[in-house]
Design a protein around this ligand. Sequence first.
Ligand code: NDP
Length: 306
Amino acid sequence: MSVPDPEPGPGEVLVRVAASGVNFIDTYQRSGAYSMKLPYVPGSEGAGEVIAIGDEVTSVAVGQRVAWCDAPGSYAELVLVRATRAVPVPDGVDDQVAASALLQGLTAHYLLDGSAHPQPDQTILVHAGAGGVGLVLTQMAKAKGLRVITTVSSDAKEALSREAGADEVLRYGDDLAERVRGLTEGRGVAVSYDGVGADTFEQSLAATAVRGVVVLFGAASGPVPPFDLQRLNAAGSLSVTRPKLGDFIADDAEFTWRAGEVIDGIANGTVKVLVGHTYPLAEAAQAHRDLAARTTTGSVVLLPAH
Ligand code: NDP
């Protein structure tokens, strides 16, 4: 689709996109699971070079390399980014990593320090451990001293999840909670991180310890059906939360703090972003098919032709 080149307004910068990040939420928006005003250009994340700045922009200069995660229409060659959300990319971090680091990295950051607060030596469960969020969440959790149990669907994904630091890697299944309890002296985990949704939610609840938290942060397998809150009482005073990234980065100061920690972690090697798959921008549809078909690992990136 061809649209006129955008021009930066006050507080905005225009970026020539080097790479765009593909996230599962893009598939919810494309499919209509999250409704969008049509027509729209998908994507919200990327990295590239600033080529023009609008009035009142002082934090970013023309020629600088930046990354972002909340600029609608990022599957494009040119994107407008709010200057306050354009994060300078350190020299040692390449464009593809930068383009797919923030949305998943910030998500992992607020999941561990925002929607729940697991403490060192506690055990957590992370579903889809070899996915984009899963790999980063695992590494950040290990850096905090947590014990991490993940789920994956294949041997290849198991190997990646272990490389990211997972202590135990399990396959999905109806007895998953029992197996998790077997690995936690019967107690269950302090926090279950569930981005898979419909297929795993019941096992997440059953695998969580008394007074623990189930963080339902996605629905890769479909949405969780309506739920009787009284079950949380019977299951041991559990909490369930259904957070979204936007609420943990709405404030510029909070965004800057979280983004700084994510980028620093990548620059100093604490967190390695695995760019599992790249596609030409023109093949974005195939990237969505592959993400939905569970054939991807790590992050997925689109490369414009320019
Ligand atoms: P992933 O790279 O993790 O891809 C999704 C993974 O989910 C798949 O690779 C697959 O791993 C697993 N999965 C299990 N069942 C299914 C299924 N039926 N269909 C498709 N995938 C399935 O994606 P992202 O890292 O982009 O996102 C992970 C989750 O986090 C998504 O649910 C996303 O919406 C959510 N998210 C939520 C945010 C928030 O703030 N609430 C922000 C960012 C992401 P396997 O084959 O090993 O099971």
